[in-house]
Design a binder for this molecule. Structure first.
Ligand code: ADP
Ligand code: MG
Length: 324
């Protein structure tokens, strides 16, 4: 019997009520029938333009946000049915890393104390807390003398190391990182990505990484999910997605990568106009108003997700015609 996926999201819907004109309110669809699995030991990337629902999905999978419909299962058990103790275990086992870890660090707490907090909660003796703290700080490349300093004394890159260290101190199984390097200088980005990769091996983690940077995802992920306006439009092994994508939106995202010339067309040719509002998702294929290949059918019929190769799925009426 095969093991259930570590984390399994099934048919997730999430809407937000936003205020409209004259005290009216409207429903915005942030997740629309999203299903995904994270296998043990896997690194799964979530890509898509800003506003596509990536952060909402990350929070729902981490149990920080409840979906309106659909369920998240942790090792086969529905999150909403976990008892208090199991919920506490899940919260510890699933750690999130945010774009700006500063916001989740107490500005008046010394770094050493911040990172040690999960160790203390886990009931480790003081000497063990100290040894563990040293091990984790060394693993993320923080100097020992950082323990007595405060968050505002650190640069962005160092803060992200602190954020990762704090997450690791909880001995997680799953790390969900939401744009972990987006606010950092390019040179620092590579350092943080490498730390995440090392940590994954050293601490046997499964990871979900949200990024609008496709190259970052190609570098570190086993599989990539492409989201567009709240829905998954393509999903597949990272290398396959880059070599042979099956959705015009993925093609456009790849073409938009600066300096990446795998395709001849440029972003402006492939991805014109801005992302439509999640308040009024286009009928038919939600990408059709921006798709240069769209035909009549695309504006009326919702494309179903089809599997083209093992683990490679896409939702586009024209996929076969366009990509063979
Ligand atoms: P991404 O991370 O891909 O940029 P988000 O998940 O943050 O996307 O947002 C998806 C959509 O949901 C966007 O239209 C965003 O404005 C909206 N949204 C996200 N969070 C909220 C919220 N708390 N209240 C209202 N709208 C929200
Ligand atoms: Mg986001």
């Amino acid at each position: 019997m095969s093991l259930p996926p570590l984390l399994n999201g099934t048919e997730l819907y999430k809407t937000f009520r936003v205020s409209g004109q004259r005290r009216s309110s409207k429903l915005l669809t942030a997740l629309d029938n999203v299903s995904l699995q994270l296998a043990a030991g896997e690194t799964l990337g979530i890509a898509g333009e800003s506003g596509c629902g990536k952060s909402t999905l990350a929070k729902v999978m981490a149990g920080l946000l409840t979906s309106d419909r659909g369920n998240v299962f942790y090792k086969g058990t529905q999150l909403s049915l976990l008892g208090q103790d199991d919920k506490t275990v899940f919260r510890r086992k699933t750690q999130m890393i945010f774009q700006d870890p500063f916001s989740s660090l107490n500005p008046r707490m010394r770094i050493g104390d911040s990172i040690s907090e999960p160790l203390k909660i886990a009931g480790l003796s003081l000497p063990r807390q100290r040894t563990e703290l040293e091990r984790i700080m060394a693993a993320v490349g923080l100097h020992g003398d950082a323990v007595n300093r405060f968050p505002d004394e650190f640069s962005g890159g160092q803060r992200q190391r602190i954020g990762i260290a704090r997450a690791l101190a909880a001995s997680p199984e799953i790390l969900i990182a939401d744009e972990p390097v987006s606010s950092l200088d390019i040179s620092i980005q590579a350092q943080i990505i490498n730390i995440l990769l090392q940590m994954k091996l050293e601490f046997s983690l499964s990871m979900m990484i949200v990024s609008h940077n496709m190259l970052v995802l190609r570098h570190i992920c086993d599989r990539i999910i492409i989201m567009y306006l709240g829905a998954i439009v393509e999903c597949g092994p990272a290398a396959t997605l880059f070599d042979r994508c099956r959705h015009p939106y993925t093609e456009a995202l790849i073409a938009a990568i600066p300096g990446f010339h795998a395709l001849s067309a440029t972003k402006s040719e492939l991805l014109h106009d801005d992302l439509p509002s999640a308040l009024s998702i286009p009928p038919g294929c939600r990408f059709h108003p921006r798709c240069r290949h769209a035909v009549d059918r695309c504006s009326s019929e919702v494309p179903r997700m089809k599997e083209y190769a093992n683990g490679h799925t896409a939702a586009c009426h024209l996929s076969k015609q366009l990509y063979g």
